[in-house]
Design a binder for this molecule. Sequence first.
Ligand code: NAI
Ligand SMILES: O=C(O)C(=O)[C@H](O)COP(=O)(O)O
Length: 403
Amino acid sequence: MQLLADASMPLVTELAHRFSDALQQQGVALTLTTFQGRQPTPEQLAQADFLMIRSITKVDPDLLQQAPQLKWIGTATIGTEHVDAAACQAAGIDFVSTPGVNANAVGDYVASAVSCIALEQGNLPRGEVAIIGAGHTGRAAGQRLSGLGLHVHYYDPPLLQREGTSAPVDVHADWHRVLASDVISCHVPMTKAGEYPTYHLFTQASIAALPDNCILINASRGAVIEEQALRAAMQCGQRLHVVLDVWEHEPQVAADLFPWLRYATAHIAGHSVAGKVGGTRRLFSELAQWLKHAKLTSELPPLSELMQPWPEAVRMYRWQSNEPPTWQMLASWVRDIYDIRIDDKLLRQATPEPATFDALRRNYSARAELSQGTVAGGSWLAQEAWQVRLRQLTFSHIQKQEQ
Ligand SMILES: NC(=O)C1=CN([C@@H]2O[C@H](COP(=O)(O)OP(=O)(O)OC[C@H]3O[C@@H](n4cnc5c(N)ncnc54)[C@H](O)[C@@H]3O)[C@@H](O)[C@H]2O)C=CC1
Ligand SMILES: O=C(O)C(=O)[C@H](O)COP(=O)(O)O
């Protein structure tokens, strides 16, 4: 059997070798072939039984036709719109994704964006924070912003419809409340059909309605914000702090927008080491289950062990504060671990070509997560309210005896 996988998925070769050794003991031969770039070649597809991909590989009827042996496809991503799931089903191919796998990284990205802007402005946003989409990434972002001291609410009409008011967070369906918020962060899947499509959720009219100096962040999919409408708003001099990680026409970035954007990054919000290695690990776990191989599943090393080769992913950050931290201290701790300005600089310095965009993402350096931070302090840490806020920021804490 042949496993065809994107070569840039971390640890894909190591985990495939473990799989093939275990399967060999049962007389089953599994070989790994990797592909570079966005699409596998027709020759590779012709031989493939299993396919592991990232968000850049388009799976459509044309690809499936070239892969007559294919039985299973796994994407190491949360987003799934690059895969035609109906076509897979029609061809009898099982398809899995990895829900939530890099949500912590996306939450960290949003926390860093807001922290960096607040530190530069000298104040935290005063009004409300609207999180659009109360799923894995939206809640991770909202939780961290609450930890910074902001007031967060969630706009998610489909969730309200599914769960009513029993949803565990402040969920509503009031679009006007979103447009009146001082921070807005988008965390929805890309959908063009259905009752609540997200394609061009932000049009010229909704962008024009935003308050002055509103922070608008998109780390979901580019086309949630109509790029042309954003361009028009900026050209008219509307004052917004826009942070874009994703682009309507990826891998082409709208470099002409850079001068107006507060931060512009190369679709790397989810790219912490834990997010990426976790994606590969989750796919092998899914494949083991598909193969009904309990031993393979139970013998998969834990994520913490798999991350050892990346020192940045296992390094611990530690801060000391004898007094309750100010918002500036919290924001600078966030920035110590992940500084969005570095990724912004990398994209602005790169040539605005699709190949450069892909290369930036492929060669992304190892990134830590906020959960690697620990705060040590005195009696203030005994207060439940502070413990909650540090937990929301995913920091650990140690209370020390005061002298
Ligand atoms: N920039 C990056 O690196 C990453 C981007 N993403 C993108 O973020 C998206 C969201 O990820 P998760 O939060 O993990 O997904 P999720 O499936 O856990 O949550 C999505 C939420 O959006 C809600 N929703 C759907 N349509 C909506 C609408 N019209 N208005 C308001 N809410 C709506 C759903 O009800 C759901 O609660 C992914 O589909 C992916 O495209 C995900 C990970 C990394
Ligand atoms: O999970 C998703 O959805 C994403 O957008 C990923 O973070 C993108 O990662 P790659 O597919 O480019 O590894």
